[in-house]
Write a protein that binds this ligand. Sequence first.
Ligand code: ASP
Length: 334
Amino acid sequence: MVYNGGTIGMKRSQDGYAPETGYLQAQMEAIPAFRHSSLPQWEILEQQPLIDSSNMHPDRWWGIAQDIARHYDDYDGFVVLHGTDTLAYTASALPFMLQGLRKPVILTGSQIPLCEIRNDAQENLITSLLLAAHYPVPEVCLYFGGRLMRGCRSVKIDAMGFQAFASPNYPLLGQAGIEIEIFWERVKTAPLQPPALTIQALNKATVGALRLFPGISATVLENMLKPPLQGLVLEAYGVGNGPANDPVFLRVLRQACERGIVIVDCTQCIMGHVDLRGYATGRALSEAGVLSGGDMTTEAALAKLYYLLSAGLSPAEVRTQMLENLCGELTLSD
Ligand code: ASP
């Protein structure tokens, strides 16, 4: 288990819940269920410092990826323990980083810490451990509240409930009820190439996300698009539409695209996909140079921009690859 922090292992403090080194391990050792003979052997690799995931940064994605790569041959599978606030971002980033992955990497967390009598931490931990050890899903997944989903399709949808995550545009990879069921036909096939796990950093680019709202001014957009920004996820309305009646707004978009900034249009809607040919308000964005993000989540589109731009590709190459399905993050229409 690569332990990054989050509610799952937190302790009560005067300032509210906060993570503490060694605390989760001590609790797990004290709970008989975690030494049950049906559970696989586990070890915790604690990241330093443990964090509330609202403090997450791409440098820490790199730390998690490195821990997995360093210990890749030592374990049958990996569980990444993480706060729920940015869990979907990390679950979206790791598939781009872990190239040639053949073992399960299951991300999980909880809404209530293990230290509380009523919690969702114990179930999420135990099922994630079983999944990682006995269900050889060769991809980065998120397990939470009985549902196993593809990491780069996940979004946090509930700040309070135990089923806090959804995979709106890709069906579940599995579910844990009385039985643990994996829907193998939806799971990626293990890659033949490259023969070993390699990891790719995502922390060498400057990207952003901007959610459109009625009244957004061209100046706000222009400021956002200033250097050092290299890529932007534009969270647009419906099938990807925006304020096409504002010529300055469109000009700012076009000039940014001409300067080599890659702008990707994702929908603000939880489900469905972008279609920039549907309305004049979408077509205008496309004509300004904005790319369709298809059915990618904002989290996945951001991770993909980080990945492609960190690899040092030219804007033209980044634009081409943004439209390709690289690790299961995008449904390609025929
Ligand atoms: N603030 C916490 C975190 O993301 C919330 C959680 O884990 O549920 O680290």
